[in-house]
Design a binder for this molecule. Structure first.
Ligand SMILES: *Cc1c(COP(=O)(O)O)cnc(C)c1O
Length: 396
């Protein structure tokens, strides 16, 4: 532990964590079980068998009729937006305080992102933040679940229905959650998920779409690999991309899915440790999971309140220097980013305030309870020495 300010890694002291602690999940499933699954890929039609098995288990898991596996969350979104957007309309309503690539996704789909606020209590897109942006040109709404808890999916479904606008959910951060007791996976017309190594289910890379709509599922299956389907691409309005999930990724994701419960138990321990210890650090508070619902306790998001003596940027620099890979929560917001494609932005006062207040803390499969305790002690140390640290930083 640090004794004096000059022990801090930012001032060339030795790092608290020579091996960095991550805010990403990076789950490593049982390797032998994974390799056994992988052997299926070498059998006759094995690649298809693995993908079909994964789709079946994911559809079961989400209590939904269909799951279509694809190469990433990003392309799952592009394909689904392409399939659902109303013809001859161009605007896609989405939150600004969200996943940093979501406006790029919309641009790849050939549409124009139109940014809205998030609710100040839930940090989620809501019917009242969407309403002011609905116009004759609205093609689609993307309901993105925030990192902690869910958006009010029922309410978003009804505003979409009232206006006859399709709604798609980006549920990457809510794989395991329920909203009012109903599992995420069958809200809206479709929902999109990721199998990236940083997410709850690790397929190295990958993504999938869930839907009750059989026609949509069939179409997305053709669209994900038109060459194998020998599709008439014009008649099918195929966007002409290849977005198949590799078989090895399907095997990895299958094994991850089978070990999900152990993982969530681990996440819960990590969360309980933060919950117990963080109140001893003035100026920081943890965003709490709604435990009335199912939740994976996956991410730890901390709010910096006015009692915290350092800026978020300084705090993150101090943490990063020690090997604690904390990151800003969804910053910068998308409406403030420069893009080469058109967007529709307006002033979003809550988002602009909120984007400076939150950070992600270490968690996930690779993080231990002892590391969490050390991180919190480190936060206490920088709180107690904040004035000295600021002076020292100004000199260096
Ligand atoms: C990670 C992420 C994605 C994209 O998933 P990839 O598989 O990495 O392309 C989309 N939406 C959200 C909210 C995400 O966090």
């Amino acid at each position: 532990m640090k004794k004096t300010v000059s022990d801090l890694a930012i001032f060339n002291g030795s790092k608290l964590f020579p091996r960095p602690v991550s805010t990403s999940n990076l789950v490593k499933p049982n390797v032998n079980d994974f390799l056994d699954l992988l052997k299926i890929a070498q059998t006759k039609d094995g690649e298809e068998v693995l993908t079909t098995q994964l789709e079946k288990e994911l559809a079961n898991f989400h209590s939904v009729a269909h799951c279509v596996a694809v190469c990433s969350g990003f392309w799952a979104l592009v394909l689904t937006i392409k399939a659902l957007a109303l013809p001859n309309k161009s605007e896609v309503i989405m939150p600004s305080l969200t996943y940093r690539r979501l406006s790029d996704v919309v641009a790849w789909a050939g549409l124009v992102p139109r940014f809205c606020e998030v609710d100040s209590r839930t940090l989620a897109i809501s019917s009242s933040t969407v309403a002011p942006h609905i116009s004759a040109n609205t093609a689609l709404i993307i309901g993105v679940h925030p990192i902690v808890n869910c958006c009010n999916a029922h309410e978003l479904e009804s505003i979409a229905e009232q206006h006859n606008i399709p709604i798609l959910f980006d549920s990457v951060e809510s794989v395991y959650e329920t909203h009012r007791g109903k599992k995420v996976g069958s809200f809206g017309i479709a929902e999109c998920f990721s199998l990236h190594a940083s997410k709850l289910i690790n397929g190295f890379e990958g993504g999938y779409i869930t839907t009750h709509d059989t026609k949509l599922a069939t179409r997305l299956r053709r669209w994900r690999n038109p060459s194998e389907h020998q599709t008439n691409m014009v008649a099918d309005q195929s966007p002409g991309m290849e977005a198949k999930l590799p078989a090895a990724h399907a095997a990895m994701a299958l094994q991850g899915l089978r070990e999900l419960h152990e993982q969530i138990e681990h996440n819960l321990h990590i969360y309980r440790t933060y919950q117990a210890l963080l109140p001893s650090v003035p100026g920081l508070s943890i965003l709490t999971f709604n435990e009335i619902e199912h939740t994976s306790f996956k991410n730890i998001v901390v709010k910096l309140t006015p009692d915290w003596p350092l800026s978020r940027e300084t705090t993150i620099s101090l943490l990063n220097a020690e090997g604690i890979l904390s990151r800003a929560y969804y910053s910068p917001p998308l409406h403030l980013k420069l893009t080469k494609y058109p967007v529709i932005s307006s002033s979003l006062p809550f988002t602009e305030k909120a984007e400076k207040q939150y950070m992600l803390m270490p968690c996930g499969y690779q993080t231990t309870i002892k590391q969490v305790e050390d991180v919190i002690n480190f936060l206490k140390f920088i709180y107690n020495h904040a004035d000295h640290i600021v002076t020292q930083l100004e000199c260096s």
